[in-house]
Write a protein that binds this ligand. Structure first.
Ligand code: MG
Length: 390
């Protein structure tokens, strides 16, 4: 696959929004707008590197927005957008120039992975590719507050970014534009490619891929992101056999009994089933892959730490537990007297309200290994809410 680098243009001054913070550094859904953009490209499997062009005054803002990311130092922008992009391209050319470059506005935070794929895919057959949407409103030419004419919207499209290019072609188009076009300011890179005679292909844009320009845009983007959550269900199941001892650990609670549960850790089947249910809901392996029984660290371990780890992984994905429902299957010991203590303990471990935790018990009517009191089984279902994957 040809090497593709993303060049993020975040050098604009954005005088159209009030407040001191440049628009690309304003917060959207808990992260700076530019951070949404950087995350989208850095996590995309077809993008091998990200280079950002910033305004010379925005160094501190950029440090905050890019905290913890593996990024090189930003390139400083110029007088116009065109100058800024050229600075970025020349910086890339001084390093190991990529075969392809995607140029994206730092204020378009809702770019999707599918859109990036469409632009990259179109570069197989064209030197340049631009996402665009057809005009659906009737278009008027206006002077002052009066319509001069109605423009035929047939064949008119609104261009978005990322705009993709074969790198050497765009670099030379930018260089000749700088030499030959005088004061003409190109507002996107496709215009520069067109002026250089390159064939620019069009792929489908996305309505969500808005450029945050006015306060209204920020409100719209926030509403989209809040709506973009999904609900998932995970299930878990576990069994441990009885062995010698005088109590069992179940649901994080010690219950006196004539036997104990045997296992590498404290053998808490209930917490193991719950841990697997959460890992299942986030699609992140199972308890054995996170805490291998071959690892001596987990010998005799308190299983609450397994559940805490799964809950941490859920939170790292900006997720939350809605509800957990646990069923313990055994003839003995009796679970009922310990139900409330287990619910409280599990709620405490997961840092949620007790009413989000259910503990049920059943027997198998004397049938099977649980019926013969050879061990205890537990099954769990959890419901979680998570940021929808884009
Ligand atoms: Mg287990």
């Amino acid at each position: 696959m040809p090497e593709t680098v993303a060049l993020i243009v975040a050098a604009g001054r954005g005088s159209r929004m009030p407040g001191d913070v440049p628009k690309q550094y304003r917060y959207l859904h808990g992260r700076p707008i530019l951070r949404h953009v950087l995350d989208a490209f850095l996590t995309h499997p077809a993008i091998s590197g990200v280079c950002t062009v910033i305004h010379p005054d925005d160094g501190a803002w950029f440090v905050e927005a890019s905290q913890g990311l593996a990024l090189g130092p930003p390139v400083l922008g110029g007088e116009t957008r065109q100058d800024s992009v050229r600075n970025g391209l020349e910086a890339l050319a001084r390093g190991t120039a990529p075969e392809r470059v995607l140029i994206h506005d730092g204020a378009r935070p809702l770019v999707s992975s599918a859109l990036i794929n469409r632009v990259i895919g179109a570069l197989d057959d064209a030197e340049a590719a631009v996402p665009a949407l057809p005009m659906t409103d009737t278009v008027k030419r206006v002077a002052g507050n009066t319509i001069i004419e109605t423009v035929d919207r047939g064949g008119l499209f609104r261009a978005q970014t990322p705009q993709g290019f074969r790198f050497p072609a765009l670099l030379s188009a930018h260089k000749s534009a700088a030499e030959n076009s005088g004061t003409h300011d190109f507002t996107d890179d496709a215009s520069i490619a067109e002026a250089a005679g390159l064939r620019v292909a069009v792929v489908a844009g996305e309505e969500r891929n808005i450029k945050i320009t006015h306060d209204d845009d920020l409100t719209r983007a926030t509403a989209w992101l809040h709506g973009a959550r999904e609900t998932r269900v995970g299930s878990g199941f576990d069994v441990h056999a009885f062995g010698p001892g005088d109590s069992v650990r179940l649901g994080g609670v010690d219950i006196p009994h004539s036997q104990a549960l045997a296992g590498h850790s404290d053998a808490d089947v209930a917490l193991h089933a719950l841990t697997d249910a959460i890992l299942g809901a986030i699609g992140d392996g199972d308890i054995g892959s996170h805490f291998p029984p071959s690892d001596a660290r987990w010998s005799g371990a308190d299983s609450s730490q397994f559940l805490v780890h799964a809950a941490d992984l859920l939170r790292q994905r900006l997720g939350a537990l809605i509800h957990a429902d646990l069923t313990i299957i055994c003839e003995q010991p009796r679970i009922g007297p310990h139900r409330d203590a287990m619910r409280a303990r599990i709620a405490d471990i997961l840092a949620v309200d007790t009413d989000r935790i259910s503990v049920k018990a059943t027997t198998t009517e004397g049938l099977g290994f649980t019926g013969r009191s050879e061990g205890i089984a537990a099954q769990a279902s959890v419901t979680i809410t998570l940021e929808a994957s884009r």
